[in-house]
Design a protein around this ligand. Structure first.
Ligand code: AMP
Length: 188
């Protein structure tokens, strides 16, 4: 199973992806986490990515797609993969389809879209910024910019998956466990 966990920044993708991966014994691939690991280790990729991430911009597709494919290739026999924060552009979604098809004879099975309104997202991200140490969570201007980038570049992906009958909208507000139950019931 290849699952895209979708939604704006602050929707709870990371939190829920960890729980779903554990329950279903899937691999969790978060492009944001991989970028942050590279930034921490000061790799060439990290240096390139940090200039985009700190401003709230998307890292260029070419770099992101290559990184994602490398990470997926490290797990050739995964039971399933939960993609968290990827794809974020139509080009990434097409690259993912082509990668899964040519390298694994697989496809994206489902896209679960966490629905949370903008005011709640901003509140959550500002709260997370107090403890996360993420510079892109610390500034309301950058947070608003990330939501704009989401609306412009990433939200159109819902249509891309909807047209294929793969998109399921999940209400992303309420307690972590109740949201988890809604998501898990779609994968059971
Ligand atoms: P996240 O942890 O998913 O919120 O991602 C943090 C930041 O990493 C984003 O604001 C982007 O700058 C960058 N990033 C993560 N995933 C992608 C992606 N699929 N494409 C481009 N940039 C990404």
């Amino acid at each position: 199973m290849n699952i895209v966990l979708f939604g704006p920044p602050g929707a709870g993708k990371g939190t829920q992806a960890v729980k779903l991966a554990e329950k279903f014994n899937y691999i969790h691939l978060s492009t944001g986490d991989i970028f942050r690991k590279n930034i921490k280790e000061n790799t060439e990729l990290g240096q390139l990515a940090s200039s985009y991430i700190s401003k709230g911009d998307l890292v260029p597709d070419e770099v992101t797609i290559k990184m994602l494919e490398d990470a997926a290739n490290e797990n050739p026999n995964a039971n399933g993969i939960i993609f968290d924060g990827f794809p974020r552009t139509i080009a990434q979604a097409k690259a993912l389809d082509s990668f899964l098809q040519t390298k694994r004879n697989q496809k994206v099975d489902k896209m679960l879209s966490l629905e949370v309104d903008d005011n709640e997202l901003i509140k959550r991200l500002l709260e997370r910024g107090i403890t996360s140490g993420r510079p892109d969570d610390a500034d309301e201007g950058i947070i608003r910019g990330r939501i704009e980038v989401y609306n412009k570049n990433t939200a159109p992906l819902k249509n891309f998956y909807m047209q294929q009958g793969k998109c399921v909208e999940i209400m992303g507000v309420g307690g972590i466990d109740s949201i988890f139950k809604r998501l898990a019931s779609e994968l059971a």
